[in-house]
Design a protein around this ligand. Structure first.
Ligand SMILES: [Zn+2]
Length: 130
């Protein structure tokens, strides 16, 4: 997912260790893709060269992007908006009726994925060889 995002938005620069610290859950790829498209559309190549993505990863049930360098307040607001939006979207399937169900493990899952996840966990416990 990360490589796909990088290739889809070649104008956005990434920090040297961004690939080590970054991970994008499948369900959040589309909103990250839309955000990067918006950043590319808003800024000139010169403006895009002034900052880079240090990391993009799920944290506390939302998709957090850390930028380093000089970027406008508008870009900061877009990034904050993505974090807020991600709380409403299932990180596994992209379903839009996700609820923030797991403060303990910090996952944002829809009812279906929450149920599936529970089934998988129970199955792996009862059949350790599979
Ligand atoms: Zn889901």
């Amino acid at each position: 997912m990360l490589t796909r995002l990088m290739e889809a938005h070649p104008l956005v620069r990434w920090g040297r260790s961004a690939h080590l610290t970054s991970t994008i859950p499948d369900g959040w790829y589309d909103i990250a893709d839309a955000l990067f498209g918006e950043i590319e559309a808003c800024l000139s190549e010169d403006e895009l060269a002034l900052f880079h993505v240090a990391s993009i990863c799920p944290r506390r049930g939302q998709l957090l992007i850390i930028l380093e360098g000089n970027y406008t307040e508008e870009i900061g607001l877009l990034v904050d908006g993505l974090a807020a939006l991600s709380r409403l979207i299932c990180q596994e399937c992209g379903g839009q009726d996700a609820l923030f169900r797991h403060p303990a493990v910090n996952l944002t899952l829809c009812d279906f994925c929450e149920h599936e996840r529970g089934v998988r966990i129970r199955r792996s416990r009862s059949m350790p060889n599979r």
